[in-house]
Design a binder for this molecule. Structure first.
Ligand code: ARG
Length: 572
């Protein structure tokens, strides 16, 4: 919602003698232009006054006094609608956006507080799964959005590098290990070994015991086991880093689960001394039945610890290191139970901050015709996705040159790369994250419709208009020339960007921001596709006014896309 909503709310609250914030919560954006830019519904008011909603609306409208040049109000049935003054909106919003530049929409609300964001977190010796891609994209956007709101995000890659599966890998390595193949084939060789281990398991159940012993040796610090494990880790991280480099992502902390090995005894001792541990048949557990959360496994009979135990130690470590107001975990919805158990145990341990721990779950990604799964080798490799996306972007650009007479950018490779990121990232972020995402190549790469390339293209198109003008257009602007209804709708959409960012950050939901960017681009397109609306014309005063509006639009799109982690090509 725009800056005018709080002012409208204040005027209403004064008359009704109500709280401004409560009134603001009731204000909505009407679904159709004819109904104005903001609306206050009078149903509740009618109830308390004992009249009908239309009567209450009429009464309110008559006593309402708004600041000068603010706009006009009109009653429509049970609503008091506000039509913002277009000239005022143009002056306020365009000047604001252009003077703030890259800072438009940002704030210092976060007060520099540190917010750990655990994201990506793939497992070594396993390919980067599609759920890791979603986590990476959402987590990266959250970090950037938090930073724009004045927090200091701490991006943490909690690499899965510990656990009994490494015993399995070491056991099968003993027979089939091959250093040369490891170096040449990397993770794909380790995956073969892993698959082979599982195949053997059926013929030779003994191998499970060997794996258990191997993991114990690894935990015990056996030299050869450690050396191999470190090699697996190195090979895997090198592959993950390639993916991160493609997306332009870096982490502030890359700490594997193994890092918390040493911190775990303290956690277990504390749980023990607080009487929270129970011995069950083959494990040490925390009984969470009272909270309907089952039993949480923390240590196996053979002493090896579990994923959850390591997460408890990591949470403590994060609090001690960052004293966070919020601590986010961007992990698929399938781990909801795990995080519920973790939070509950932290609460029982008396961690006052347990409420600040937030699991940020997301749904699955599927192709149009089938579900994606890392099991059974049905894997999609991010590098392939991005490369294919870049190829398609190149084709689309070539088509534009051929069919529409566009000019191809000089740095075609770089631009194609940027578009591929825009395509893949926006396709993910535009959906409410809890929903499953459908991956449809054609839809993802289209320059039209609700896609990343469409937003990038809108911003790039404005850049080329500004370049075509070629001069400084600043100076006095005749704001009344931007007071048309289509202009006002665009301006209000731009002005809604800061609030959509705030909402997106507070609810860890990048799609709110994505929605707002789509609104801005679509209002700009409405203007731009009008026959009677050209930015550049012989009328210098009009040209300047429209250029300033176009520049403000571009600024808003660039800021918003940047917060989502999407680069903006100068030209497409
Ligand atoms: N490595 C885990 C997986 O692939 C995700 C880890 C998420 N982070 C955490 N602190 N548990 O499923």
């Amino acid at each position: 919602m725009s800056r005018y909503a709080p002012i409208f709310a204040k005027a209403i609250a004064e008359i009704l003698g109500e709280d401004e914030g409560d009134v603001l919560d009731q204000i909505t954006v009407p679904p159709r232009k004819a109904m104005g830019h903001l609306a206050f519904p009078c149903f509740d008011l009618a109830k308390t006054r004992g009249t009908t909603p239309p009567e209450a609306a009429t009464h309110l409208e008559q006593s309402l006094s708004l600041p000068e040049d603010f706009g006009r109000v009109a009653v429509a049935g049970p609503y008091v609608n506000l039509f913002v003054n277009g000239e005022t909106a143009a002056r306020d919003i365009v000047s604001d956006v252009l003077s703030a530049g890259p800072c438009f929409g940002t704030s210092d609300a976060g007060g520099g507080e540190k917010v750990p964001v655990d994201f990506s977190s793939p497992n070594i010796a396993k390919p980067f799964g599609i759920h890791h891609l979603r986590s990476t994209v959402i987590g990266h956007a959250l970090c950037r959005m938090l930073a724009a709101r004045g927090y200091q995000p701490v991006g943490i890659n909690h690499i899965g590098d510990w656990g009994t599966q490494f015993g399995q890998l070491l056991a099968i390595w003993e027979e089939l290990g091959d250093e040369v193949r490891l170096q040449q084939e990397g993770i794909s060789f380790l995956l073969d070994l892993y698959v082979e281990f599982n195949r053997r398991l059926e013929e030779d159940p003994e191998i499970q015991e060997r794996a258990r012993v191997k993991f114990q040796s690894l935990e015990g610090g056996d030299g050869e086991c450690r050396r191999l494990w470190e090699e697996f880790r190195k090979v895997s991280l090198a592959e993950f880093d390639r993916v991160y480099a493609m997306l332009g992502i870096h982490f502030d902390e890359v700490q594997g689960e193994s890092y918390y090995e040493e911190l775990m005894p303290a956690v277990l001792e504390e749980l023990e001394s607080k009487g929270l541990l129970t011995e069950s048949e083959d494990a040490t557990v925390v009984d969470l039945e009272d909270d309907d959360l089952g039993t949480a496994l923390l240590r196996k009979k053979d002493g090896s610890t579990l994923y959850l135990t390591r997460d408890l130690a990591a949470a403590d470590y994060r609090y001690q290191t960052y004293t966070f107001p919020r601590c986010l975990y961007v992990v698929g919805v399938s781990q909801t139970h795990h995080f519920q158990q973790m939070k509950k145990i932290l609460e029982r341990m008396g961690r006052a901050w347990h409420g600040a721990v937030e699991h940020v779950p997301f749904g699955m990604m599927r192709f149009t015709d089938r579900k994606m799964s890392t099991r059974k080798g049905d894997i999609i490799y991010l590098e392939d996705v991005l490369n294919k996306a870049a190829d398609l972007a190149r084709e689309t650009i070539a088509k534009g040159v051929e069919e529409k007479g566009r000019v191809a950018p000089d740095n075609l490779d770089e631009v194609s790369r940027q578009i591929s990121i825009g395509a893949v990232v926006f396709n993910d972020l535009k959906n409410r994250r809890a929903r499953d995402v459908v991956f449809d190549w054609d839809a993802v790469l289209s320059f039209e419709g609700e896609t990343g390339p469409y937003l990038q293209y809108t911003a790039a198109r404005i850049a080329s208009i500004l370049a075509r003008y070629g001069k400084e257009y600043c100076g006095e602007i005749e704001w009344s020339l931007l007071s048309g209804e289509d202009e006002t709708l665009l301006l209000l959409a731009i002005d809604g960007l800061p609030a959509s960012l705030a909402r997106a950050v507070d609810s860890s939901e990048p799609s709110y921001l994505a929605d707002q960017l789509l609104k801005i681009a679509s209002h700009f397109s409405t203007l731009y596709s009008r026959r009677d609306w050209k930015v550049l014309s012989d009328d210098e005063t009009l040209t300047k006014a429209r250029l300033s509006l176009a520049a403000a639009t571009r600024q808003a799109l660039c800021n918003g896309l940047g917060w989502l982690g999407i680069p903006i090509p100068d030209r497409m």
